[in-house]
Design a protein around this ligand. Sequence first.
Ligand code: AMP
Length: 558
Amino acid sequence: MDLFKVLGSGARFNKKRFTDDISLFEPSNKLRKTNDTSDTQMDIMQEINFFHNSKSAIDETLGVTKDKKITKDVEKDQEGEESINCYNDENEDEDDQAEEEPLVKDLNSMDDVKSFRKRHRIHIYGTDIPNPFSSFDDLESKYNFQPYICKNLKNSAYEKPTPIQMQAIPIMIHGRDLMAMAPTGSGKTLAYIIPMLHDLKGPEKIGYRALIISPTRELAQQIYREFKKMAVGKKFKVCMLTKATAATQAQTPHLREKFDILISTPLRLVHAIQQDIIELKNVRHLILDEADKLLELGFLEQTDEIFAACSNVKLQKALFSATFPSSVETLANDFMKDPIRVVIGLKNAATETIKQKLLYVGQEEGKLIAVRQLIQEGFKPPVLIFVQSIERAKELFHELIYDGINVDVIHSERTKAQRDSIILNLKQGKIWVLIATELMARGMDFKGVNLVINYDFPQSVQSYIHRIGRTGRAGRSGEAVTYYTKDDAPYLKSVVNVMKESGCEVPDWMLQLKNPSRESKKRLRKKPIERKTIDTRSTYDLKKMIRKKYVSNYLLLR
Ligand code: AMP
């Protein structure tokens, strides 16, 4: 309705004729206060206390006074699957940020540690939690790290640890199981690579001692590169499991013992385990990167088999992701030993440096018009466009290829060589617009992506957070636009909640929308909305209709 108001006299909206459509955007019957300050912080902490800590442990964890401002809005569905909030300490953080950073050696009282965590929005849950650290210099002076690690950090121009690194590294050094949740692009990879290298000390010839699992091959390669960068100066042998490396190790069994670190996707590793090519009995560190994905149906069986093969009694497990639905947290809690949970900022929230927008495009055809409009107006490459299926990725590619822009498309049907070259070309700026399926949504670190377009509305909040997280990485700014049609309207509120929580402006009417039901969210997660094909003919018809004023020109607005 706001949109129509803005359009003014140019657009008319027949409420009678579009009664059904209007009902889609009706406010929730059970309108909830958006800034519900009446609930106590303790209530919220109890709600998100997955590890069932005592009240005093929660008090200690909070390290905040009870009259603190709390935002307990958003989605709290019965399963808590997409519950977003911990608590909101943004305002306090801003004030604190101005203060000079105390060094960790000065953090000699519980109060210092609490205020340090608060300042960096580090929330911790569990028992006997090691203190965070504040400077990479501490790694050598306080934790006896070998100098090569700090040298490599310096050479990579990493000046100070990010919040997830500040807290996760000491936890991992202490050998504790960890569940770490931090926004996209906030340095999670280094948070496990650094302590792992420290603990492995140097190369040995007893076979794999550390294992990192990633849901996609592309992310595994990225992790491999980061490992190599951080291991310069030590002769660690890192293996990225591929068809070729598996075949080599099958033919020359003595080679297997030379490797220290293994990085793999689940299916590739399960095959290798089943064929006795890989042994994991000496693995002391097991990392699940994008852990919630790896614990979803579809991957869970494989992950389970990998766990079973890691038979070392001293195995340390660490899970990392930007999102953890509660159901996954409960599951993870079952197979971890006295774990510590670290949440940076808000649970399941988007990175705050991303400017998020929702754009109503009417019908399917409106999406192509909106993209073309963006191209005509001029845009800052690179841009990532997400669609819901391989078919649609191909269709959109065939539309945009004639628009005079360097566009490419990536999905699982493209060959590995093609996928590798596309990623390289995107990083080198040779591709301006990359159309992608969910394959690219997680973990990929494209530093310069300026804009993410959700051409097709994401199938879950988690998918939304990960997709838009391809921009705004490592503190940079970025933009994300999500197109929605009438068919997506019932799910709109899930995205609105994320937007609001990450500080984006959202019109009031959107805040008053109904939350989608648990059942409908489940349905959407399983099966995407059926959409009309992306083809020029229908767009052409629409353009004709616009010219003839059958359709208002609101579709052309950005
Ligand atoms: P990740 O979340 O691990 O994908 O990291 C996101 C980006 O942050 C990557 O480009 C890293 O190189 C970068 N990064 C990681 N740690 C730091 C740090 N301490 N300081 C600056 N950038 C970092």
